[in-house]
Design a protein around this ligand. Sequence first.
Ligand code: FAD
Length: 475
Amino acid sequence: SEGWLRRQMATQREEAAGLQCNPRRVRFVSEAQTVRQGSAGLLYWMARDHRVQDNWALVHAQQLALQEELPLHICVCLLVPESQLSTVRHYSFMLKGLEEVAKECIELGIQFHLLHGAAGDVLPGLVSDRSLGAVVTDFSPLRTPLQALDSVRKSLPEDIPLIQVDAHNIVPCWVASNKLEYAARTIRGKITKLLPEFLTDFPMVGKHSYTATRTAKPVDWEGALASLQLDVTVGEVEWAKPGTAAGTAMLESFIDLRLKHFATHRNDPNSAALSQLSPWLRFGHLSAQRVALQVQRFGKKFSQSVAPFIEELVVRRELTDNYCFYNDNYDNIKGAYEWAQKTLKDHTKDKREYVYTQADLEKAKTHDKLWNGAQYQMVTEGKMHGFLRMYWAKKILEWTSSPEQALSIALYLNDRYSLDGQDPNGFVGCMWSICGIHDQGWAERPVFGKIRYMNYKGCLRKFDVAKFETKYCPK
Ligand code: FAD
């Protein structure tokens, strides 16, 4: 019945009461390690993981605040870069998710602050205004959030600890591996070995016992969205409702309806076999750890589907954080292995049968109806089927004048239209397809060199291509 999963999750959290955040999930970014004496509260700077429950950063922040007998605050720093990637599709999803967070905070006696500006500029002001004694934050391996973290570290007073908790990965990124992993096969064993330690239940973030004397200014959510300079031509999507509650409902429908088909139909773009959870995971509305726990617990009947799903959700996904964390060139050709860079260079001058511009591709104007349909699916629905994403990116390599251009177009389109874009999974997906990262060399051929090739005929063998084309090809 509707909502069974939410009830189960509430019970699981109650049963896990008292569970502490594993100290290996936590690291000090600052020299200071103890909460400033005489302070009036503690802050969780919510950056990547926009949810209240199932969030180790918030669990840790609350436990610390309780230990120090202090009120708890949460802040989000909203800075919208001037870019074609700043769309209504992404920011509306994000702000509506945060609205749910803010509502839950009111019920829990936690002060929620929406700050406008770069974290390094606005967060220290909140810390001094409210006399906050420590800052806890979550973890992202990407360049911009790492720069923001560094800037907050530099601008906070020296005696205020800045503490980072990996709330996104099941096995914390720095614990899973201390180096750039070569492929799924080199990280799989390391992650699997650590799952008994890290794939645990979450304790409830409960009503906070210490209340701030001054409450946070209520947020005008509609006004906040309207005030942002966003590209309105890429609009909201119907099927994906923002927030933790909607994400949980999507997880419930996956377990009830689609998980049983995952093993056999996950590569068929005409089948409803995937979880569809990537947007909620991307914005942190859902925790991957929570998803893994529920699928293992309630998917037992479909054990042949559980293993391949966990492989994607845990091993493949956590490999992408590893890649971005340990490789500064995660979004350009220099981030590829030497063999891949060499083979792509050797074939740069190969004749291309078709050459398209970014504008042709963006408008789905190619000779290939399957490709056009996939592009159209991404533009209109905000998510392309996982199997087609590989085909789609590889064709961009085949039909543009250089691998550099192909990668830049693939990233631009993916990050502008996919609701789950601008995420390590997207960087790695494009780098895998075009530059062979986490893959091996294959038989050499024009344009691709030794990069794995995919073609239309292969798709015809896998699924009913005509059916997909009919549904998605713009007339
Ligand atoms: P499911 O198959 O139900 O998988 C569940 C979860 O496992 C996903 O939500 C995701 O978190 C993880 N996962 C699944 N496949 C992969 C994978 N290959 N690598 C890493 N994690 C995976 N994923 C994104 O989240 N954002 C992106 O921007 C993105 N861009 C991609 C671009 C290209 C060119 C390619 C080839 C892949 C890309 N992926 C991206 C990875 C993958 O295609 C999507 O995660 C998946 O299609 C999301 O749909 P789902 O949640 O229904 O997947």
